[in-house]
Design a protein around this ligand. Structure first.
Ligand SMILES: NC(=O)c1ccc[n+]([C@@H]2O[C@H](COP(=O)([O-])OP(=O)(O)OC[C@H]3O[C@@H](n4cnc5c(N)ncnc54)[C@H](O)[C@@H]3O)[C@@H](O)[C@H]2O)c1
Length: 309
């Protein structure tokens, strides 16, 4: 019998890559997405797209009951830190109540959920680096707070039902199909500036670091986490500063434009680097794509996407 999976947020940047990997693995895939930041064109034609809001509990429950998935990959979210500051209530409704709806619906069928939380927006500036999952979160934004609250529901529902739900705390994810709004949006923003020959602003004088992880590596981690109960940092354990990202992308473009340096914006972290030893040990996973190679691939595919606009 063909296995089936639901991918919430499957029309988004990371979710659409999860959909492709599941289809390649022989799954029947249903995408649940309200297309608020997602794009129908990203969804492979073999997948069944259901356009709905995960906050709409009866509609979500009906789709889950109909599909009877063997796993749910839950990526649908209000995923922008900036939007969470502007409208924290909507951020809370989608990220907290929406996630509760997903684990509730999954519980009725005994299906494990893999939930994408954030490693970049959860730990705060005082955390020792590399930061392990055991560090008590100290988020600086409503987005970090809502992801942390949602994690609590996922873990509590896992403990009380015995269904192995996994929480994957992603680093700053970059790669083909990414948009400028996510946590590694800087890669898409810089590519756009290089494409149109404009100087970008490097906040924090180009010094803030992030743990950038290639989307293909994130997808293999999410697939490995299905059916595991636990919380895992999914990143590379390597930090890269913003100036280096700009330099690598400029090299890929063969262009050299002097960037503008600016101060760090409120709510932004100085540094982030995650300890990924638990994911290596318990999921048998490790990232394969180094940042220079990943940025080159991303630059080339984003330019192709820009040219089709
Ligand atoms: N991109 C990153 O660097 C990063 C880092 C850490 C965690 N994450 C998490 O990974 C997940 C995917 O992020 P992404 O970068 O692909 O973002 P994205 O915005 O491209 O994808 C989110 C998808 O969810 C859909 N969606 C939003 N609200 C919805 C709702 N109420 N009902 C149904 N669908 C809804 C959107 O239309 C979109 O297709 C999110 O949960 C995000 O918080 C991303």
């Amino acid at each position: 019998m063909t296995r089936s999976a639901i991918v919430t947020g499957g029309a988004g940047f990371i979710g659409s890559h999860v959909v492709d990997a599941l289809l390649a693995d022989g799954y029947r895939v249903t995408v649940v997405d309200d297309l608020s930041t997602g794009d129908r064109a990203r969804v492979a034609p073999e997948a069944d797209l259901r356009e709905l809001d995960i906050v709409d509990r009866p509609a979500l429950q009906a789709v889950v009951a109909e599909v009877e998935p063997s796993a749910i990959f839950h990526l649908a979210a209000q995923a922008s830190v900036v939007a969470s500051v502007e409208d924290p209530l909507r951020d809370c409704q989608v990220n907290v109540a929406g996630t509760l709806n997903v684990v509730d619906a999954a519980g009725k069928l005994g299906a494990p959920v893999v939930f994408t939380s954030t490693g970049g927006a959860l730990y705060g500036d005082d955390a020792p680096m590399p930061t392990s999952e055991d560090r008590i979160p100290a988020p600086l934004s409503p987005y970090g707070a809502s992801k942390w609250a949602a994690e609590a529901y996922v873990n509590t529902w896992s403990l009380s039902s015995g269904i192995p739900h996994a929480v994957c705390r992603l680093g700053n994810v970059y790669g083909p199909r990414q948009n400028p709004h996510g946590e590694a949006g800087v890669v898409a923003i810089f590519t756009d500036h290089l494409y149109s020959g404009r100087a970008p602003k490097l906040y924090g004088q180009g010094k803030p670091t992030r743990d950038y992880v290639y989307v293909g590596d994130v997808v293999s981690a999410l697939l490995a986490a299905a059916g595991k109960a636990g919380t895992y940092n999914i990143a590379t354990g390597v930090e890269t500063d913003v100036s280096t990202v700009w330099k690598e992308l400029s090299d890929a473009a063969g262009k050299h434009i002097e960037p503008e340096l600016a101060d760090l914006r409120p709510g932004e972290l100085q540094h982030s680097r995650l300890d990924i030893s638990r994911a290596k040990r318990e999921l048998g996973w490790s990232p394969k794509v180094a940042i220079a190679e990943g940025l080159r691939r991303t630059y080339e595919t984003l330019i192709e996407e820009f040219e089709q606009r």
